[in-house]
Design a protein around this ligand. Structure first.
Ligand SMILES: [Zn+2]
Length: 460
């Protein structure tokens, strides 16, 4: 019974993989492709096979795996000796005329995938369409539908983790390029589609490392698009900069002693001072945000006390107490002066109060949104032509754009989602199909506009 069930499961998996391959790989669907796509000769599908016997397993080419990897790991041999037919498949290196390559130039087990559509003048700086492939976890009990089923309700709202953050954009980029190519369009500048790991956990093993890798430099990027946020109104939000995240812990040492006495110079008194200084500043910033018409969250510094540590017993005055804060600082703030303020608060709190950073980002590059900037002017003119209203903002949290800007490349955070509540990382994240489909048309205009930015004097 068990044996029969196993066989059925394996058979089901094989059938599923076959169907997926058939649907996802137009280049192996001989004769059924849209006629106008240029294919530089369909490359043969490469696979490694370990025979025999009467049970089959298909190992697909994943982010970090090729058929060679499966072979080297011994997976194929183990499967074969246990009576399975193991088939490890490599995807073709080219998809619809775009050169695809995988860079392991980040960290072991992390791979950046890049698809390149070469422009008619490949010497010019290229356009990067970036997206991250990871998502944050879900709490299924709070979801109306299975968070990974992409359920579409009667209103056309598609529910799934990642619908807003940012698989919608990933798919829109690809679909827009597919449409442009099928129309026979040729763009002047090269366009790179990049799919990076680990954005949701800080990008350290993804974009932060990759921007300094020679392979990234070889892409010769002049301008980048990356994720933005939904906008509940008619307008679309574009992000031209980000706040710098600082994670700081303040150490408050003090005289220990018995809990029954008035010990002088205690850790708790210093801790109270520190908490007051940070939270008073928090109130001021909150007030500034709430009383100004033109401020958004990205324009003020947010302060949140996130951890407190200290103490061993009810009747023991501790020798140290620590408190940690999450600070997000807009690019308009002078960071040296701000750190000076923190030093002052520590001094006022009492003797020997020190601090250390777990994270301290210092880059304040913002992307120009002046009409005189050729990239911005191409972006905004294309949006204007589509009657889109843009709201320019500083991103309140952090995305991979900050690493791109840090190496001097202008980047705009933009996800074409208007009339949509902001639900990234939230339960019941969804995107309406109409908004999603319109986004494809938006990129169909945006990508040629950016790839058509005339050559700069220094590009000749
Ligand atoms: Zn994201």
């Amino acid at each position: 019974m068990n044996f029969l069930r196993n066989r059925l499961v394996v058979l089901g998996l094989v059938l599923l993989a076959t169907v997926l391959l058939y649907l996802l790989l137009p280049s192996i669907r001989q004769g059924s492709m849209e006629p106008s796509l240029e294919l530089p000769g369909d490359p043969p599908l490469f696979f490694r096979e370990a025979l025999p016997v009467d049970r089959a397993v298909v190992l697909l080419h994943g982010q970090a795996f090729t058929s060679k990897t499966w072979e080297e790991l011994g997976t194929m041999a183990i499967l074969a000796t246990n009576g399975y037919q193991a088939l490890a498949m490599d995807l073709p290196g080219r998809t619809e005329g775009c050169q695809t390559h995988f860079s392991s130039g980040v960290f072991p087990g992390r791979v950046v995938s890049i698809m390149t559509w070469e422009g008619t003048n490949p010497k010019l700086k290229s356009v990067l369409l970036n997206s991250h492939t990871d998502v944050v976890p879900v709490f299924q009990e709070h979801w109306k539908y299975d968070a990974f089923s992409a359920f579409k309700d009667a209103e056309g709202n598609i529910y799934a983790r990642g619908t807003q953050d940012m698989k919608c954009v990933t798919i829109q980029y690809i679909e827009a390029i597919r449409r442009l190519k099928s129309e026979g369009r040729k763009l002047m500048r090269t366009v790179h589609l990049m799919f990076v790991p680990d954005e949701e956990v800080g990008g350290h093993k993804g974009m932060e490392t990759f921007v300094n890798h020679p392979e990234f430099k070889n892409l010769n990027i002049g301008f980048a698009l990356d994720e933005g946020l939904a906008n509940p109104s008619e307008a679309f939000t574009v992000f031209y900069g980000e706040r710098n995240p600082w994670w700081i812990t303040i150490h408050c040492p003090g005289s220990p002693g018995h809990g029954s006495r008035f010990v002088e110079n205690t850790a708790a008194e210093k801790l109270r001072q520190i908490i007051n200084s940070f939270l008073d500043f928090r109130e001021k910033e909150k007030h500034r945000l709430n009383t100004s018409e033109c401020f958004t969250l990205g324009d003020v510094t947010t302060v949140n006390m996130t951890m407190v540590k200290g103490g061993v017993a009810y009747n023991v005055i501790p020798a140290e107490m620590d408190v940690s804060f999450d600070l997000r600082i807009p690019p308009t703030v002078n960071l040296q002066e701000f750190e000076g303020q923190i030093q002052q608060w520590c001094k006022e709190a009492g003797e020997d109060v020190t601090y250390e950073f777990a994270q301290k980002h210092m880059n304040q590059n913002v992307t120009s949104t002046e009409e005189s900037d050729p990239w911005w002017s191409a972006f905004s003119a294309a949006c204007k032509e589509m009657n889109m209203t843009l709201e320019k903002e500083i991103f309140p949290a952090a995305t991979d754009s900050r690493f791109i800007r840090a190496v001097g490349i202008p980047a705009i955070g933009f996800s074409p989602m208007n009339r949509t509540p902001i639900l990234l990382h939230d339960h019941n994240e969804y995107l309406n199909e109409q908004v999603f489909l319109r986004g494809i048309s938006v990129y169909e205009k945006l990508i040629p506009a950016l790839a058509g930015v005339v050559a700069f004097p220094d590009e000749a």
